[in-house]
Design a protein around this ligand. Sequence first.
Ligand SMILES: O=C(O)CCC(=O)C(=O)O
Ligand SMILES: [Fe+2]
Length: 540
Amino acid sequence: MEKSKGKASNEDIADGEVAGINNGGSIEECEPQSKRVKLEADKGNIADLTLNHSYTTPLFTEQLKTQWSSRDKEDYYDPATAAKVYRDPFQVCLLPDLLQNKITCRELVDEMVQKVQWSRKQMDLYEFYQSTDLSNMANCKLLTSFLQMLRRTVRPWLQALTGIKLDYVSASCSMYTCGDYLLVHDDLLKDRQIAFIYYLSPWENAEQWCEEQGGCLELFSSDERCFPLFPVKQKVSPKNNQFVFFKVGSRSFHQVGEVTTFDYPRLTINGWFHGASNNELIADVMRPFGKLEFTMPEKNTHAVSVDEFLNEVYLKAQTKKSIQKRIEDNSEICLYEFLRREIFEQALEQLLHDDTLKWRLEGPANAHNYEVLDISTASETISRLIALFSNAEMFALLRDYTDLDLAGPNAANPTYNLQVQRWTHGNYTVLGDGAICEENTLDLLYYLNASEGAAVVTYLSPEADEAHQKNHNDESDDDSIGYEMEQEEDDSVLLTITPVDNALNIVYRCEGTTKFTKYVSRNTPLERGPVYVISCSYKE
Ligand SMILES: O=C(O)CCC(=O)C(=O)O
Ligand SMILES: [Fe+2]
């Protein structure tokens, strides 16, 4: 595959920390906490960013502080304010009615709609709209003042509450429309100490979202190696004027569930309170994702032959030559109607209706979420198809297609990996160690019951992953990330596979290339059932 320039990040979703450092210095520390931020809004009204008085009383602060540091396993609920602290799977604090004056929520949303410049964020991990950092929004007076309020009032308050030193704030606006999501992640990057989300939904009868509308903040527990576990443990629905925060750590796994309503966008002002570096924590929880296991080809004992299964056109010497030329030039090819029609139809029938096939969910949730066939339960056409793709004869055919040493006297130790995958709504894989190929690899992707938008595989250049790693580990601040990512995302995409029934996609990928299968949104039509993929990789 051609290398293209570019990089991408699936981690640093929004960091305007440079601006935050510059503006969040000592002057603000000296300002009285009780200062009320008021300003002239465009309409000539006075916008009021005063915090709910109940939250700033010494009594409440003391109570919440006790609860925050308590080892109590029970959730905490304060009837006076309706504030909550969830303990499980990790501690999260919910403060409803953050601003004293709810009119301000409408004004904030007006400004978001009228003045904020949104950019579409699309990668393995997410799809939503994001603004630049609030510190960079000179024309958005109210949002700028909101940031000031976070810096001057909330930061010292949170610092006192949690006992964590908080130096500065970074924040941006996010908008999730129907079908948008942010998959499992921990926020653990650089010096993020406390993550916060302020929810805005000031519309009549929509102030509190119900679960059917999607868009919940969803929390995961984790195993002893700090891998997140299915299923979701706790959900927080969007609620107008609610402020939510949690301590960022090696177990703070969360996601934004897909928004399923077309009625309203999910709007938030969200970001982090920054302090000490997380480097030690990050080093402690290096979590390499499992790698695929490769095995030797099966000997020709299963009485499956390519002659019997394949569309005969793909066995002709002339076709093989053209395929080889195309792969040499483009590193990929799609062979339509690859198997004989009746074989394809029998296989599909069995995949859809054979209850003896056993499927298991592939985790961990921060790496992938899709089902894999337990190959020992395969029978009839499916087991013969598996045999076909694992067979020495297939290795020889692929040698003819690619000129790779997968068979013949020069083939030292050819190996393969095979998975039969089942894809439905909510399934995905994300970039990570397991997805990077360490050696040149030949990938085959064969689709059954294909449907537009489901099980779409994207291949990315090695630079994409380097950038990903960099953003994970590098201490240096890079405030350009928020603005340039769009371009970088596009540049790093080498190839996107469009699923087509009975089509075999062959992709030769170089060392370092990485890939992911895009999240299948609920908007993807799957009336005919899930999409099946026979996914194989071969190495010389
Ligand atoms: O919007 C939310 O509820 C969470 C957002 C989030 O996790 C993030 O932006 O990192
Ligand atoms: Fe997050």
